[in-house]
Unconditional design. Structure first.
Length: 206
């Protein structure tokens, strides 16, 4: 539980995208030897030397009785790179259309009449002024056809690995509105997520 709390990185400045943890134990109270015991093991190098890491935290603890046996722990954090809502939207469409191409389908198109509304909703979501659920509801309402439009939402660490519904991949022609924003779920342990509400106006064209 302590490790999960530290991985959450509540005191780490910036928006955490991912976190890593390693620990080691050694018959020594020398901090340098403890760090060395971490770095001598491939698994121990994962957190402190991860190329994606931008913040690092380390700590040691010794046995009160002898003072000679100590354990060290290291935590590292990858921070989300801030991007404009339009950039996040374009990044989502790139992933979606590559998956559709692999599925033998043509590219999906952004609904031009909903793009500005989707970008405004993404900004509010990233600033913490709107929940993920409210973002999806707002986008569906903006579609003007909430009874015919279908929506879905998900929270992922990376757009490149997100699951996409089968009907979105298989639709012959697809017009969609997309909201993509980074946010940190309130009160939830663990790294923050990339949250997207990407199919507010998901329709097949006739």
């Amino acid at each position: 539980m302590i490790a999960l709390g530290l991985l959450a990185g509540w005191s780490v400045p910036g928006l955490i995208e991912e976190g890593w943890f390693n620990s080691a134990q050694r018959e020594s109270s020398d901090p340098l030897q403890l760090v060395g015991s971490l770095l001598n093991r491939p698994a121990g190098r994962l957190a402190p030397l991860n190329p994606a890491a931008r913040q690092l935290a380390m700590g040691t603890v010794s046995e009160a009785s002898s003072g000679s046996t100590a354990a060290s722990s290291s935590f590292s954090y990858a921070l989300a790179v801030p991007r404009e809502p339009r950039e996040n939207q374009d990044a989502f469409m790139k992933v979606l259309n590559e998956r559709r191409r692999q599925n033998g389908k043509g590219p999906a198109a952004l609904a031009p009449d909903l793009r500005d509304a989707a970008l405004s909703i993404a900004g509010k979501l990233e600033q913490g002024r709107m929940s993920v659920e409210d973002a999806q509801d707002a986008l569906l309402a903006q579609s003007g056809a909430p009874g015919r439009a279908r929506g879905w939402r998900l929270e992922v660490h990376r757009l490149e690995t997100m699951p996409i519904p089968r009907d979105v991949l298989n639709s012959t022609q697809l017009r969609i509105a997309v909201v993509v924003a980074h946010h940190k779920p309130t009160g939830r342990p663990g790294p923050s997520s990339t949250s997207s509400s990407p199919c507010g106006d998901c329709k097949e064209e006739p």
